[in-house]
Design a protein around this ligand. Structure first.
Ligand SMILES: C[S@@+](CC[C@H](N)C(=O)[O-])C[C@H]1O[C@@H](n2cnc3c(N)ncnc32)[C@H](O)[C@@H]1O
Length: 204
């Protein structure tokens, strides 16, 4: 009888292998693609901000959808390996420290983004309270950045961990977006409390 851990590893291996075969840098691409199938978040020609984007699986999946008329601005504190996709621009920035909004605005050149995804997550310490605090800080910061950069009618997808503070963030999102959903992708480990908050149709 396979153990839970064995099943988790097998699932991870499956997505890793698939990512290699389909030319994605990480299995994270499948988390976004599943959300895309379910909620139709992004379309051809869209302008996207991708926070916590390294190594770049989600950016690549986005780049394929938005096509040559669209743009993906991939942000991470880690240095990206050069992308072959010509519609991905990278910024090496720390979203907690740097003035990410003004750096991205320089690229947007007066426009706003159609969609912001944040997959930013800390290096986990294994101490649950510490990890939850670090994650919520990144999630809240991503939300602040989205408030400034996403256009009316646009959408967001923010990585989070299940915790008490999330309720307040969810309430805020419900005031700002027409539809708010909690989304747990299949590629997420069963034992993990990782989820994404999705806001569709920014109201202002
Ligand atoms: C799960 S990985 C992202 C995977 C990526 N979205 C993909 O599609 O391949 C989480 C990322 O968050 C980034 N990160 C964590 N804290 C950050 C911060 N303060 N500023 C920018 N990036 C951060 C990490 O460097 C890491 O690359």
């Amino acid at each position: 009888m396979p153990t839970n851990r064995w099943l988790q590893e097998a699932r991870k291996d499956h997505y890793r292998r698939r990512a290699r075969e389909e030319g994605y840098r990480s299995r994270a691409a499948y988390k976004f693609l599943e959300a895309q199938r379910k909620y139709r978040l992004v379309k051809r020609g869209d302008i996207i901000v991708d926070l916590g984007a390294w190594p770049g699986g989600i950016s690549q999946a986005l780049a394929r959808i938005v096509g040559s008329e669209g743009l993906v601005i991939a942000v991470d504190r880690r240095k990206f390996k050069k992308f072959d996709e010509r519609n991905i621009i990278t910024l090496q920035l720390d979203i907690l420290e740097d003035d990410v909004v003004s750096e991205i605005k320089k690229i947007l050149d007066g426009k706003l983004a159609d969609f912001l995804v944040s997959d930013a997550s800390p290096s986990f310490s294994g101490i649950r309270d510490v990890d939850v605090l670090r994650q919520i800080e990144l999630t809240e910061r991503s939300h602040e950045i989205a408030k400034e950069l996403v256009k009316r009618g646009g959408s967001v997808m923010l990585k989070a961990l299940e915790c008490g503070e999330l309720r307040e963030l969810e309430r805020e999102l419900k005031r700002e977006f027409k539809i708010v959903k909690r989304f747990i992708p299949k590629a997420t480990r069963k034992s993990s409390s990782e989820l994404y908050l999705i806001g569709i149709g920014k109201l202002v």
